[in-house]
Design a protein around this ligand. Structure first.
Ligand code: CP
Length: 320
């Protein structure tokens, strides 16, 4: 990777458009040839700190580490001093002397930023309430494989515009000159600051973003239509209200009749079948969801390899 490599991957915008493309190129190569990339990292270790459940992120990161010659150590909050009063900063500082990277899934994005500030090894955001960069890289790889190119692609995101997946997908579209329409009820409209930042980058990359409350308008020209769960893991108490408000944004066969015939459906999984997406769409020929999920592994492998090998070359003290 020749582009500037960040110390950490906390959000999509940590990667410049050039670096993102190069990480995707590396992921594509690793998907073709998963083994043989362990020369630099053999004997290393990553820590996997997960404050929330995970299937794809946890297993793809651990498998990626194994393929790179490293072990992945599960850091269970209940079994660590972190859960019993030790600060995140002290934990990150100590872990930096054992590990080559820390992957963190937690609630507040500030918590992962604090860890990154204290760590002297790369920290990879495995999902926070506002960002999910690892997912976006897998999404981009799936779209690039399917359509051949990302620049100029037209995409729609339906549902909760405040979600971490939407936020990160927006930044991913911006970096790649894509055209995104986000269709959400007003109560779940995308964050204005994220939209402003995306538009700033899109002025350079040639992309665009629009917001609407009309799902049919959003899908009319969309080549890819993204559905996302309506109820985040930490908001089960909002289920009734969210389900009522987001029901018109369900991705089903009826909605797809308004989209181009070759439009694909995206979903980061896990899905609540019958809510944000129907089984007919998710399991149907237009679904890219399973490819998105499969691509979590090579993209995780590319992210870990790039961040660890690049930052290892720096002398201590060059990292904050
Ligand atoms: N898409 C995703 O992040 O899946 P997990 O919650 O299973 O990791």
């Amino acid at each position: 990777v020749n582009g500037k490599v960040p110390e950490d991957l906390l959000q999509v915008s940590d990667l410049s458009p050039q670096t993102m493309t190069e990480v995707l190129d590396l992921a594509a190569a690793m998907k073709q040839q998963p083994l043989g990339w362990d020369e630099d990292l053999r004997g290393g270790a990553i820590g996997c700190f997960f404050d929330k459940p995970s299937t794809r992120t946890r297993v793809s990161l651990a498998t990626a580490a194994h393929r790179l010659g490293m072990i992945a150590i599960t850091l269970n909050p209940d079994e660590m001093q972190l859960g019993h009063g030790e600060t995140a900063a002290d934990t990150a500082r100590v872990l930096s002397s054992y590990l080559d990277a820390i992957t963190v899934r937690t609630f507040d994005h500030a918590a992962v930023e604090q860890m990154a500030d204290a760590a002297t090894i790369p920290v990879v955001n495995a999902l926070t309430n506002t960002h999910h960069p690892c997912q976006s890289l897998a999404d981009l790889l799936a779209l690039r494989e399917h359509f051949g190119t990302l620049k100029g692609m037209v995409a729609a995101f339906l549902g909760d515009g405040t979600s971490n997946t939407c936020n990160s997908f927006l930044a991913a579209c911006a970096a790649n000159g894509m055209h995104l329409t986000i269709a959400s009820p007003a109560a779940y409209a995308a964050d204005p600051l994220s939209l402003a930042r995306a538009r700033e980058l899109m002025a350079q990359t040639g992309g665009s973003v629009m917001v609407t409350t009309e799902p049919v308008d959003a899908v009319r020209t969309a080549q890819a239509i993204y559905a996302e769960v309506w109820v985040p893991m930490d908001k089960p108490h909002e289920r009734e209200e969210r389900a009522a408000s987001l029901a018109p944004y369900r991705v089903d066969d009826v909605l797809l009749t308004h989209a181009p015939r070759d439009a694909v459906a995206l979903h980061c999984l896990p899905a609540v079948r019958g809510e944000e997406i129907t089984s007919q769409v998710l399991d149907g020929p237009r679904s890219l969801a399973w490819r998105q999920a499969a691509n979590r592994l090579p993209t995780a492998q590319a992210v870990l390899h790039t961040l660890i090998t690049t930052n290892r070359q720096k002398t201590p003290g060059q990292r904050t």
